[in-house]
Ligand binder design. Structure first.
Ligand SMILES: [Ca+2]
Ligand SMILES: [Ca+2]
Length: 98
């Protein structure tokens, strides 16, 4: 899949290389699970963040643990059980671009 997708460039989500803390702050993913608390609420070091999925994968929200590839976010197919991976992204497919 080599679409020109922009994940929420114009909304409040973070860049793909960033993790969004519970409080909305964006930190680089390299600070995830590095044993230093970078999010105000410490969620970048929490189990649900660190244990659940490898850093390279996106964790679906919801009660069932499910890890998907980042490119599976916003690819038009529901990969998370609740389709959440398609919800939190403002898709920008450049359909008007030549
Ligand atoms: Ca950290
Ligand atoms: Ca998807």
């Amino acid at each position: 899949m080599d679409k020109n997708l922009i994940v929420c460039e114009n909304c409040k989500a973070c860049k793909e290389s960033e993790y969004q803390c519970n409080n909305g702050r964006c930190i680089s993913k390299k600070y995830l699970c590095d044993s230093n608390v970078d999010c105000t609420e410490g969620d970048d070091e929490m189990e649900k963040t660190c244990v659940s999925c490898p850093k390279s994968l996106y964790r679906c929200s919801g009660q069932v643990l499910l890890c998907i590839q980042h490119w599976q976010r916003c690819d038009g197919t529901d990969d998370c059980l609740n389709g959440e991976d398609e919800k939190n992204c403002c898709l920008n497919i450049f359909s008007n671009q030549k």
